[in-house]
Design a protein around this ligand. Structure first.
Ligand code: IMP
Ligand code: MG
Length: 176
């Protein structure tokens, strides 16, 4: 059990399971994009660890970029997604693969899809390490999913509770 601010968290997903899930999605993405040079766009802050480990496994030519979005306050998703660091390069004609730590309501993904629509990209796909199917409310297809999880608030491996917990190498869930 670990304590972050006022809440307690218990072990949920091991480093080994994360590694296995990443290996799986990297293989799928490499299958689909191996003969082009995709731009992987990591969604900060949460996705920094996923992007790092994803890229180390991805052996074909690729580029990486980041965008910074925020929708969460504490343990709740809010409906307004803020773009904190926006698109600062030309993506026209490029194949873009968004890399997310977790897709929850889908508000962030919807906003990203909207942003990239104006960019004349060649292909646009979404990869996420974690996905909460019970909470997801959008029509947009999530192309590559690592691990489906129930509607639990999780921390670790880049994910935080009010700033804390991102440095944990395994994933913990809120204790009931
Ligand atoms: P969405 O816009 O509701 O899909 O939420 C997406 C973002 O909220 C993710 O990229 C995370 O940064 C954050 N988030 C969603 N679920 C969790 C969670 O269980 N723990 C920590 N952050 C989360
Ligand atoms: Mg995120």
């Amino acid at each position: 059990m670990i304590q972050l601010h006022d809440k307690q968290f218990v072990p949920f997903i091991s480093a080994k399971e994360i590694d296995f899930a990443l290996t799986k999605i990297v293989a799928q993405v490499e299958d689909d994009f191996g003969d082009e040079t995709p731009v992987f766009v990591g969604v900060l802050n949460g996705a920094f660890m996923v992007v790092s480990d994803f890229l180390k496994k991805y052996k074909s030519p690729c580029e990486v970029s980041f965008i910074k979005m925020a929708s969460y306050e504490g343990t709740e998703s809010t409906n307004s997604v803020k773009e904190l660091i926006g698109i600062n390069q030309d993506f026209s004609g490029r194949s873009v693969v968004i890399i997310e730590d977790i897709v929850d309501t889908g508000n962030t993904i919807e906003e990203l899809k909207h942003l990239f629509k104006a960019q004349n990209v060649k292909r646009f796909k979404i990869a996420t390490l974690f996905f909460k199917p019970e909470v997801y409310k959008k029509e947009i297809k999530i192309d590559y999913v690592g691990i489906r999880i129930p509607n639990k608030f999780i921390v670790g491996y880049g994910l935080d509770y009010d700033g804390l917990g991102r440095n944990l190498t395994e994933v913990y869930k809120l204790a009931e």
